[in-house]
Design a protein around this ligand. Structure first.
Ligand SMILES: [Zn+2]
Length: 326
């Protein structure tokens, strides 16, 4: 006989197929929906998958997100403004308020630096639209550098809708590393189209380009992430790190926290303790990737003695804005 089924393996196969069916189901009725549940959940979106209602919710203390079947939560609906006032004592409330207050810069608005407990950085890798394959060497170098020190390795990936359209294999590869316990990925919304025109001034470029459908750029990306089996985080990264006050207000009105960078390596900015480092992983920034790998090997002795670590972005922002830091 070719196959020998027993009950547990049949059950496993059935569960596996159900999960696949659920992922293959389109996301419908995706919308902004604010509410609270329990002591620490902020509901941010509601949607249907396979006819079942779901919520995307953030833990306001840890800044992590999860999907919940709607039937599991008792939700008190309300407006984000009401909740932000109430959440003033949480890491989420403080971080989103700080991001709103730092919104005047044309470049690099939002949270750009954290205060990790020990020496180290948070790594963010932008996946802007690109015809080139993912720079897999970054991830392989990270996993190798930290395999005896910290697993899974925390990284935050800022992903665009257009990258997802053409990099299905790369996304599956990354999900495989996450599943294997090698990487712990925070998925940041980096907009769907990420328009850029090198001939126009920055104040009308990227997301500031007149006629941009910001609602689609945000929700279309989140929907595409869910369709690929990725859970959107509470974080948002502006394309080109370019924004203005009204754009920051718009992004935060979706409950999202803009994250900048104080160490864009390819621009010659150096990483220091607590930096939110930016490199590009879409094959278009070999200098930044080379610099990062150089930084990793320069830190090898410190990495091995746990004096230089990579921090989870949620943890870094949580640390910076938790009540006991004020
Ligand atoms: Zn980008």
């Amino acid at each position: 006989m070719l196959f020998n089924f027993n009950k547990p393996s049949l059950l496993f196969a059935f569960t596996f197929l159900c999960n696949i069916c659920l992922f293959a189901q389109p996301i419908n009725k995706y919308r902004v929906y604010f509410g609270t549940a329990g002591n620490n959940l902020l509901i941010m979106r509601s949607f249907e998958r396979g006819g079942q209602p779901f919520y995307l919710a953030a833990d306001v203390n840890t800044l992590t997100t999860r999907l919940y079947p709607a039937a599991q939560l008792k939700v008190m609906p309300g407006t984000l403004t009401q909740f932000i006032t109430k959440l003033n004592n949480t890491a989420y409330g403080r971080a989103i308020t700080a991001a709103q207050q730092q919104s005047n810069n044309l470049q690099d608005a939002g949270i750009a630096h954290g205060f990790p407990k020990e020496k180290g950085i948070s790594l963010t890798i932008d996946l802007c639209p690109s015809h080139k394959p993912l720079d897999r060497v970054i991830f392989i170098s990270l996993i190798n550098a930290f395999k005896k020190v910290k697993t899974p390795v925390p990284v935050a990936l800022s992903i665009t809708g257009r990258f997802m359209l053409t990099h299905g294999d790369d996304i599956e590869w990354l999900k495989g590393l996450q599943k294997a316990g090698d990487l712990d990925i925070t998925w940041i919304n980096h907009t769907y189209n990420h328009h850029f025109n090198p001939r126009i001034p920055l104040k009308e470029n990227f997301l500031l380009e007149p006629g941009t459908d910001v609602n689609f750029e945000i929700l279309g990306t989140e929907q595409a992430m869910l369709q690929h089996g990725l859970t959107p985080s509470v974080f948002f990264r502006f394309p080109g790190l370019i924004s203005d006050r009204s754009l920051v207000d718009k992004i935060t009105s979706y409950g999202l926290i803009p994250v900048g960078s104080d160490a864009w390596l390819a621009k010659g900015q150096n990483a220091s303790s607590g930096s939110i480092v930016l490199i590009h992983g879409n094959g278009n920034e070999p200098v930044g990737v080379k610099d990062f790998i150089k930084l990793l090997s320069a830190q090898t002795p410190e990495i091995m003695s746990k004096q230089w670590l990579l921090y989870d972005l949620s943890e870094t922002v949580e640390d910076e804005f938790s009540a006991n830091r004020r």
